[in-house]
Design a protein around this ligand. Structure first.
Ligand code: GDP
Ligand code: CA
Length: 327
């Protein structure tokens, strides 16, 4: 069975760890991950790909479990030294061990390798057990239109900032008016992306951010269409449980695109043109009818990835729903 998964960072990575566990007994299963690169940022002359790295480190056993991003046993000496020079930004966490990944990546990009080849090379070390493809080799950066908060230069004015500035520095605590994947309209899917979708037996949307993770991948021209036309079950899992994101501030970017923070609204946002099945948490069992009325098969199951076994059970339920809609 060929499984294609669209993934952001932590929600995608933890689900993928469960999925790998869930399919260990199924012979001939391979997993291709199409990773979000809209969160990528250039810092200190280095190209940083937070979502690709979160997937790679999580599946490769190098992730800091508690934080959910970055490396285990991390130190932040380089960051301290940079700060001592007044070299910012200080709000983005880059650990010493993590720096090595960004240095190798940047070196390879400068030597002319596309991001997809670089990612493959980095995965040679991490052996994530999936084929990890960036959504595109072209530069795409998500920007968020905000109102500049009080106490900052230009307070009250509208300005577009990089997604990481909105998310990490401002903690999504300022009004967001629009989310724009800058560069997406000119971008091409990375080699292998459309081919993997066309060859898939099932396509899964993990509980990743619907706007700035999965939404950005779907914004790469051709990807949404390829999924809609693949003719195989497409099943998603809600990142919203009980009306709020399980982690992070997805509600803020959902509001920016006019979608209410509920498991049902996110399913409707993807729509029946894309989704065949949708899992909501048992806390949202009353959303099942509304989702089914939108033409999407829906089940309520536990959706908290408290440990890899819980994530594996979610993956089994997603694959079971895929078989149900296929039948
Ligand atoms: P990011 O790039 O690190 O923000 O990661 P993703 O986009 O892959 O995932 C973020 C989303 O994962 C958030 O909207 C969370 O609500 C969701 N999430 C995190 N942990 C869980 C969980 O245990 N269960 C569910 N259902 N969603 C989760
Ligand atoms: Ca992300």
């Amino acid at each position: 069975m060929r499984i294609v998964v669209l993934a952001g960072g932590i929600g995608g990575a933890r689900f993928l760890r469960g999925l790998k566990r869930a399919v260990t007994d199924i012979d001939g299963t391979d997993i291709t991950v199409i990773g979000n690169t809209g969160d990528d940022i250039h810092l200190f002359g280095l190209k940083v790909c937070p979502d690709l790295d979160t997937v790679m480190y999580t599946l490769g056993g190098g992730i800091d479990e508690e934080r959910g991003w970055g490396r285990t046993d991390e130190t932040f000496r380089v960051k301290e030294e940079l700060a001592a020079y007044g070299a910012g930004p200080g709000w983005f966490g880059l650990g010493d061990r993590d720096f090595a990944t960004h240095i190798v990546r940047t070196q390879m990009l400068a030597a002319g390798y596309p991001l997809s080849a670089v990612t493959e090379a980095l995965c040679d070390r991490w052996q994530p057990g999936v084929r990890l493809l960036p959504m595109s080799d072209d530069r795409i950066e998500t920007h968020v239109a905000i109102t500049v908060p009080d106490g900052e230069e230009g307070a009250g004015e509208r300005r577009a900032v990089h997604f990481q500035e909105f998310w990490v520095r401002l903690r999504a605590a300022v009004p967001a008016h629009a989310v724009v994947p800058v560069g997406a309209d000119q971008a091409k899917p990375a080699p292998g992306v459309l081919e993997a979708i066309a060859a898939a037996d099932v396509i899964l949307f993990p509980p990743s951010n619907p706007v700035v993770s999965i939404g950005t991948i779907l914004a790469v021209p051709g990807v949404r269409e390829a999924i809609a036309e693949a003719g195989v079950p497409v099943v998603g899992l809600s990142p919203i449980v009980g009306g709020a994101p399980v982690r992070g501030m997805a509600d803020k970017v959902l509001a920016a695109v006019g979608v209410e923070s509920s498991a049902a609204a996110v399913a409707e946002h993807y729509g029946s043109g894309l989704l065949d099945g949708w899992l909501v948490d048992t806390a949202d069992a009353d959303a099942v009818d509304r989702v089914e009325q939108a033409g999407i098969r829906c089940r309520a199951v536990p959706l908290m990835m408290s440990d890899p076994d819980a994530a594996a059970e979610m993956a089994r339920r997603a694959l079971a729903l895929a078989e149900e809609v296929r039948a």
